[in-house]
Design a protein around this ligand. Structure first.
Ligand code: SAM
Ligand code: SF4
Length: 321
């Protein structure tokens, strides 16, 4: 079992399989083209799988595949199947923008994928175009429909931004509610890669907007999730993630792996250790030692709540959010 210096059990790893993306979401990526990590620096699926085995053997029980856009990486279903065949009991999930899900959802489910989280920031094509810098909505919604049709469990993420999609908070919630999709509203996290003029809505503003239409009860955190949940009178639950708070740190159970093999103990810290060398050498003991050291150095709390007002310089498309 992996236990950090604050007695937290670390049993969840988020694996970014690529930093590349077919969207340019204004809150995540710069508009202008920029250079990507060269493809040869990415770990192959075989190499990533070698490390997944190490992590599973050390006690990891949940793996989330993310990116960039994970569906851009060819043969993703084969990577999923490798993990599933090794440990079918693993909670195997993926976060995706859903653009490429139509046509691939069944294959992913058959390979062993259990759940997906999808970004649904709007239901208006022109707003989707404005956010993603591309005409994406039709494909996104078709992807969500297909995922539901093949029996994948679906959650949705929305980043509400003033003057962009803030008028649609109730509409997106209703869209999700009708399909039994849990929606989590994520407060916009400032970062140097996003468009400069973005103003994210804070949780108190979100709650005030939702309170005009619904009544609900605060249920607090659910397990190790950073999301605060609320239950409406009819039983439907929605979540709010407040990244600037640090009250979710005490139940944090996760670490992150970038597509190049950097293991990150906390989203909000720049520190990382690479497992790439040991995995490429076939040094399983070395990779396990790096994993244990990263868990040991996991900080008690994120730095964003601190007086220094520090934040990570790392991009969300690199860490997988
Ligand atoms: N491409 C996939 C997607 O969009 O779902 C997976 C990667 S994306 C980096 C993972 C999550 O990070 C998404 O839910 C996205 O909304 C969130 N995210 C990205 N930048 C963010 C920001 N600045 N503030 C809050 N959430 C952000
Ligand atoms: Fe791509 Fe996801 Fe970032 Fe949007 S949020 S640019 S879909 S990685």
């Amino acid at each position: 079992m992996l236990i950090d210096s604050y007695d937290r059990v670390v049993d969840y790893i988020r694996v970014s399989v690529t930093e590349r993306c077919n969207f340019r979401c204004s809150y995540c990526m710069p508009e202008k083209p920029f250079s990507w990590v060269p493809k040869e620096n990415l770990l192959s699926f075989e190499e990533l799988f070698e490390f997944m085995k190490v992590a599973i053997d050390e006690g990891v029980k949940k793996i989330r595949i993310t990116g960039g856009e994970p569906l851009l990486r060819e043969d993703l279903d084969k990577f999923i199947k490798m993990i599933y065949d090794y440990a079918p009991e693993i909670d195997l999930a993926m976060t995706t923008n859903a653009f490429l899900l139509k046509g691939s959802a069944q294959r992913l489910k058959d390979a062993g994928l259990k759940r997906i989280n999808v970004s649904i920031d709007t239901l208006k094509p022109e707003v989707a175009q404005k956010i993603a810098q591309k005409d994406v909505l039709k494909n996104v919604l078709a992807g969500v429909n297909e995922a539901l049709a093949v029996g994948l469990k679906v959650k949705a993420n929305m980043v509400p931004m003033r003057g962009v999609n803030s008028q649609e908070i109730v509409d997106v919630l209703e869209y999700c509610k009708e399909r039994d999709i849990t929606i989590r509203f994520i407060e916009y996290m400032e970062n140097s890669h996003a468009k400069e003029d973005i103003q994210g809505l804070k949780s108190n503003e979100l709650l005030a907007i939702l309170n005009e239409t619904y009544s609900f009860e605060d249920e607090g955190f659910d397990g190790s999730s950073p999301s605060h949940y609320y239950r409406m009178d009819d039983g439907y639950r929605f979540g709010i993630i407040e990244p600037y708070a640090d009250d979710f740190c005490k139940q944090c159970n996760r670490i992150r792996l970038t597509a190049e093999g950097n293991l990150i103990p906390c989203l909000y810290f720049d520190e990382a250790m690479s497992i790439a060398e040991s995995i490429k050498r076939g040094d399983i003991k070395g990779a396990a030692a790096v994993l244990k050291e990263v868990v040991r150095t996991k900080p008690e709390k994120n730095r964003w709540g601190g007086e220094e007002g520090e934040s990570s310089s790392r991009a969300f498309y690199e860490t997988g959010g």
